[in-house]
Design a protein around this ligand. Structure first.
Ligand SMILES: Nc1ncnc2c1ncn2[C@@H]1O[C@H](COP(=O)(O)OP(=O)(O)OP(=O)(O)O)[C@@H](O)[C@H]1O
Length: 266
């Protein structure tokens, strides 16, 4: 039985301590099993400030499980997870304050306006009044959504809805952004646009962990971490991984490493 954690978030700037040294995101020997099925088998991983890391894995690799642990939804069976030096288990409020997340499935309220969705999120992070309004306006402006601020989310295209989710994830100015298969269902142009928006966050020092099973998205990363059946098989710059595997492309290296398949049948 998984022990539920306290995920209440008080992410006001008061709790911000970005002067913390060390990695923005750090996992050490993280393990998680569902019954006898081992979803994560000793994952160790670091993401630095301003670094974009692609977590590349086929179906069933353990990407979503990793994100569930990082967002405090479940506890790891063992190992350590920390955000800006804050242990997720021991200091969940401080850790989550530094985290922005875009989940695979949309979590927007379709009947609320675009800005209202963001304001609700800001309030959850302890932001209110003018400060919240400014942050919301800033986040929407950055993603070119100012004109749509008053529109119900339901009226937006799939691509713009994803942008709203990204804007929402950035409202409290997190140091770490988690993107869990965030481009699923988007057309190629919208996919590229979202990826470019997130790549641009590096210039602001945001650390990004971008989970995907799409090799072309991983090719844009500073570093690629290949996750397969709960273990990291390789990590490095996209071309370095291909060189290491003796293949022409990252796609070929990925196929060679994972055998083209993901899920175990056990
Ligand atoms: N709640 C659960 N109960 C039992 N097994 C689970 C549960 N969630 C995930 N698993 C199993 O854990 C392993 C890792 O799954 P996970 O969803 O984390 O992988 P993933 O990389 O996100 O895959 P996908 O890309 O298909 O979403 C798989 O074998 C999956 O079947």
């Amino acid at each position: 039985m998984n022990e539920r954690m306290n995920t209440a978030v008080d992410a006001s700037p008061r709790t911000r301590d970005s002067a913390q040294a060390g990695a923005a995101l750090e996992l050490a020997d993280v393990r998680k099993a569902y019954g006898t099925r081992e979803a994560l088998r000793g994952v160790t991983l670091k993401v630095d400030r301003g670094e974009f890391v692609a977590l590349l894995g086929p179906n069933g690799a353990g990407k979503s499980t990793l994100f569930q642990l990082l967002t405090g939804l479940f506890n790891a069976d063992s190992g350590r997870l920390a955000v800006c030096g804050h242990d997720i288990r021991k200091a969940p409020v401080a850790a989550l304050a530094h985290l922005g997340v875009v989940f695979q499935q949309s979590t927007l309220d379709l009947d609320l306006g675009v800005a209202a969705n963001l304001k609700f999120h800001a309030a959850l992070h302890g932001l209110g009044g003018r400060h919240a309004r400014d942050r919301v306006a800033d986040a929407l402006g950055r993603l070119g959504l100012t004109e749509r601020a008053g529109d119900p989310v339901r009226e937006l295209s799939g691509g713009n809805r994803r942008k709203v989710e990204l804007a929402r994830a950035l409202v409290h100015e997190p140091a770490v952004l988690l993107m869990d298969e965030a481009t699923v269902g988007l057309d190629p142009a919208s996919r590229r646009q979202l990826l470019d928006e997130v790549l641009a966050l590096r210039a602001r020092g945001v650390a990004v962990l971008w989970a995907t099973h799409l090799v072309d998205e991983a090719e844009a990363a500073d570093r690629v971490v290949v996750l397969h059946r709960g273990q990291i098989l390789a990590e490095g710059r996209p071309q370095a991984l291909a060189d290491q595997a003796g293949t022409a492309t990252l796609a070929d290296a990925f196929l060679q490493m994972t055998g083209g398949g993901g899920e175990r049948s056990d």
